[in-house]
Design a binder for this molecule. Structure first.
Ligand code: UT7
Length: 356
């Protein structure tokens, strides 16, 4: 089990506990300058197709008690209804700075040079700019090759998985490109209505990143879906309408997330358990570990019950971060592997659901 801070520098200085499968599965302690090499080996074995990953959250941590100072709520309600205790809100950080830090750490962990990155996909619903896209900004800031295939996608809570699958498909279709960098970053505090207690206690800011490569030994299956619905989960886009020829300018909408919690809850439980079931049928069984979108611990409990799967298999870290939309699965993946909740040789299923 690797017990660590999430930064690679700390990892280098720490004792690493790894299982040496070639030596009969005994745990050995590594304490040397090559610790990261062992870590990389360990992680590559666990995650088919992923060479490195990392996460980054804003410095400022906001507790449930802090939230109770701005809306009528309390720690007990938030914890028992959602599993959330804290979340992080950006202050000086931007969507780009969070994602970039995660991306740099993921690249470092993968141990590849920037020149080897052929594809960059950035998943978010809260980009700093539309043009240039977050992915293009990352190309500039990290000095990635000018030949990189870079764009951003908007798929809310499923964003990271849509991006990973797209990255994988692009690597399959462009054999000259060996690695893809997938970043999922959100600054949901910019679109949160802090006067609405139904939603503002749920969300948080953060980012995760993964370096993806094709692994011919991996087993991979994918299931997806989409459904347009502005009734239950909605965040409008606000534009200054300056068109001098328009006769009926629409009223500018407030750019806040609104949600009918109960309806989304029911949808989420069905979508999650149905999708897991379909992938399990494709690969012929359930995995050892699930890393799902962290929207509400009760959603995962209800899905586990429907699937008759033990809740212990479902990784949970919503307590510390709240719901970070596209970033949530990427952050959970990083926490799950670094905390040793999944072990080398085990199988893993990732699943997202929600708006977008
Ligand atoms: O990532 C996108 C996907 N999003 C989701 O998956 C979220 C899905 N939905 C949920 O997780 C849950 O529906 C919520 C956590 C949002 C709400 O939990 P709930 O058990 O469905 O509560 P509710 O909305 O039915 O509200 C129950 C009560 C209401 O009071 P009354 O009408 O019973 O008197 C609410 O006004 O709780 C009240 N309430 C609160 N009380 C204290 C709502 N928000 C709060 C709050 N603090 N923050």
């Amino acid at each position: 089990i690797v017990i660590c801070e999430r930064c690679a520098d700390c990892l280098r200085e720490m004792d690493l506990y790894v299982w040496d499968l070639e030596a009969g599965g005994d745990r050995v302690v590594k304490k040397n300058d090559h610790a990261m090499d062992d870590m990389r080996y360990f992680v590559t074995g666990v995650l088919a197709g992923s060479a490195g990953f990392a996460a980054c959250v804003p410095e400022r941590k906001i507790s449930n008690d802090d939230m109770a100072t701005i809306v009528e709520t309390n720690d007990e309600w938030i914890r028992t209804r959602t599993g959330i205790s804290n979340r992080h809100f950006a202050d000086k950080e931007t969507n780009l700075s969070l994602g970039m830090e995660a991306a740099e750490k993921a690249l470092e962990m993968a141990g590849i040079s920037k020149e080897e990155i052929g594809v960059v996909i950035w998943a978010t619903i809260t980009p700093d700019n539309i043009v240039p896209s977050q992915a293009c900004m990352l190309q500039k800031e990290l000095g990635l090759p000018g030949t990189v295939f870079a764009f951003f996608i908007c798929a809310a809570c499923t964003g990271f998985l849509y991006a990973v699958h797209t990255a994988r498909s692009l690597l399959c279709s462009m054999p000259e490109k060996k690695y893809a960098l997938v970043v999922a970053s959100e600054v949901l505090s910019r679109v949160t209505n802090f006067a609405d207690r139904n939603t503002c206690v749920l969300f948080g800011d953060g980012a995760g990143a993964a370096v993806i490569t094709l692994d011919e030994n991996s087993r991979y299956a994918f299931d997806c879906g989409a459904e347009g619905n502005t009734e239950v989960l909605y965040c409008p886009k606000y534009y200054h309408d300056t068109n001098p020829f328009a006769e009926n300018l629409p009223e500018p909408a407030e750019q806040f997330v609104s949600m009918q919690g109960r309806a989304v809850y029911s949808f989420a439980v069905q979508a999650l358990s149905g999708s897991i079931q379909r992938v399990a049928e494709k690969v012929g069984g359930y995995p050892d570990c699930y890393v799902c979108h962290q929207a509400n611990a009760r959603i995962l409990q209800a899905a586990a019950k429907q699937l008759k799967e033990p809740m212990e298999k479902f990784f949970l870290n919503i307590g510390e971060y709240g719901n970070t939309s596209a970033a949530s699965i990427a952050i959970a993946l990083d926490d799950c592997v670094r905390s040793g909740s999944v072990k080398r040789g085990q199988t893993m299923m990732l699943s997202g659901f929600g708006g977008g």
